[in-house]
Design a binder for this molecule. Structure first.
Ligand code: ATP
Length: 542
């Protein structure tokens, strides 16, 4: 790195213009505002005269409502200024939503800002005390996540003290978590844009235990794939219903959260009318309508697609959900597969390692710099194959139908759990580099194995032969005799759509010692030894 890298550049911003940039893999920049009027990045007002670092690969736009001036640490190779911006549309939308929030706050009589020490709040029962519940919909790379982030930041930056809910239903861009997760958070401060890894949440500030903990407290549910698929619909639907229930429980207890409302970042698959149709349900947009019901959405914003807007206006009218169209920003970048892979790898990395350090070329800048999130020290350890139970949802096979009594057939639950037996060579390969979600297990989750008649008979004979025991001892004795089938899992399937405790990655497998090497975000025992695998893999390429 030479001093030439510190070349500083002043960039004048025209009133109402957007300065757009796309950083390459070797470009890290910092910028600072030199004008008195506010300048925004994804709806977050940038602090004046303070360096704001932006890490490699990030793409975005700085919006200046009035004439402004930016200082840049270096000029990105790909950058340009445009006066065609959708920010005015977003701003009008924000004002309309703000009005609804204020009306809801009045109806709910929210006078005190609830905080950790303000005591229990009265339950919210008045429907008028609920702020807007907004879902943003559109095709791939249409700017959905960016629109959600802008609207969330505009609400949080308005100075009223809102505490909006954000539901990340797009498993490829979850708030602050591993790709493949659906998330629910309620940020109270604007979400910054320093890094490609945090589209909807700031990095974890501390990880006191193996739980999800972040600047933005976030709950996660593990879907394990990057997008909803028709095959994954059964588990998807259970997860979305579970999230809707948690959200409803939260806002009912918190009048400020209820009045602040909710934003939902939807996956592009929701715009596909056939995705999720089953033999019994041929209705159009089944995944979209399910999510609308689960979160009681009252406004759907469709980016760009007029046909979809009109069709949804017709379909959703009976639910009382309004549908409006928002033009697609000319600045949105079409993300290719390579870029998405890089972004996903960075997201997993930042879950374990925290925010990357300030790049060397930026640490020598003179003046104040916006503080970045903490770096974390993950922890690697070995755990036996028999200790960590790795499960999958919706896979596994049952005994062949020929083995069943004549005339009977299997009814396999589509969300059944199956055990991943690492013993077979194929499984060893499949589990290496696999991200696993750790789920909590309660005593009620354990299923007692079912005894066959032969086992019962055997136990009876032994009891009679031994001359003691009696009837009351029989159940325990039976359970002791019963061994589970290789594929059978001793837990209820509900754990497959339960909120997760955190994530680990299998970074090594020792087939001789029958042990996994596991990377965990913090030292100490795992909070549970039951883990669910999906299709998300990660290899650290830093
Ligand atoms: N006005 C803009 N100027 C420059 N870049 C932008 C602008 N709006 C969005 N982007 C960038 O374009 C890319 C795609 O946007 P975004 O991720 O919001 O789209 P999406 O519809 O959510 O994508 P996905 O296909 O992952 O669902 C992102 O890198 C984002 O930062």
């Amino acid at each position: 790195m030479t001093d030439d890298d510190l070349e500083q550049i002043i960039l004048p911003l025209e009133s109402g213009s957007e300065w757009r940039f796309e950083l390459e893999g070797d470009e890290n920049i910092a910028l600072r505002v030199h004008s008195t009027d506010p300048v925004y990045l994804n709806g977050e007002e940038l602090p004046p005269t303070t360096w704001y670092p932006i890490h490699r690969y990030t793409k975005g736009a700085i919006y200046s409502p009035t004439e402004g001036k930016l200082e840049l640490s270096s000029l990105p190779a790909s950058q340009y200024t445009s006066t065609s911006t959708t920010q005015l549309h977003l701003h009008s939308l924000h004002l309309a939503l703000e009005r609804l929030r204020i009306l809801a706050r009045r109806a709910g009589n929210v006078t005190v800002e609830p905080g950790p020490f303000s005591g229990p709040s009265p339950a919210v029962t008045n429907p008028a005390a609920r702020g807007p519940r907004v879902m943003v919909l559109g095709p791939p790379s249409s700017g959905k996540t960016t629109v959600v982030k802008n609207l969330v930041n505009m609400a949080l930056g308005s100075g009223v003290g809102w505490n909006v809910g954000v539901a990340g239903l797009d498993p490829s861009s979850p708030s602050n978590l591993i790709p493949g997760t659906l998330s629910l958070s309620s940020p109270a401060h604007p979400i910054p844009t320093h890094h490609v890894a945090h589209p909807l949440g700031s990095p974890p500030a501390s990880l006191p235990s193996n739980t999800l903990s972040a600047d933005v407290p976030t709950l996660g549910w593990w879907y394990g794939q990057l997008e909803p698929t028709t095959r994954g619909v059964p588990i998807w639907s259970k997860i979305v219903t579970a999230m809707g229930d948690v959200w409803s429980e939260r806002w009912r207890k918190d009048p400020l959260l209820a009045a602040s409302g909710l934003f939902v970042d939807a996956p592009s698959g929701f715009a596909n009318p056939l995705l999720g149709q089953t033999k019994d349900d041929r209705s159009r947009y089944p995944l979209l309508t399910q999510a609308i019901d689960a979160f009681d959405i009252d406004l759907v914003i469709v980016i760009g697609l007029e046909k979809l807007t009109i069709e949804l206006q017709r379909i959703l009218a009976s639910r009382g959900t309004k549908v409006i169209q928002l033009p697609k920003s000319g600045g949105v970048v079409d993300l290719d597969d390579t870029y998405r892979e890089i972004a996903h790898a960075q997201q997993v990395r930042s879950y374990f390692y925290g925010e990357p350090a300030l790049p060397a070329n930026l640490s020598r800048l003179v003046g104040r710099t916006v503080p970045l999130g903490l770096q974390l020290s993950p922890y690697s350890f070995q755990i036996g194959w028999d200790t960590l139970h790795v499960l999958r949802v919706g896979e596994g096979s049952a005994a062949p139908s020929s083995a069943l009594p004549l005339g009977s057939s299997h009814i396999l639950s589509p969300t059944r759990l199956s055990r991943v037996d690492p013993g077979g060579p194929a499984h060893v390969v499949r589990l290496l580099n696999m991200v696993l979600a750790i789920v909590a297990i309660t005593p009620e989750d354990r299923i007692a194995p079912v005894a066959t008649d032969e086992v019962k008979e055997e136990v009876k004979e032994e009891a009679e032969g031994g001359g003691g025991g009696g009837d009351e001892d029989e159940p325990d004795a039976v359970a002791g005799k019963v061994e589970l089938d290789e594929d059978e899992v001793p837990f209820r399937e509900e754990i497959g759509w339960r909120e997760v405790l955190g994530f680990v990655v299998i970074t090594g497998i020792d087939a001789l010692k029958r042990k996994y090497t596991v990377l965990s975000p913090s030292p100490g025992k795992l909070p549970s030894t039951v883990a669910i695998a999906g299709a998300i893999e990660w290899v650290d390429s830093a």
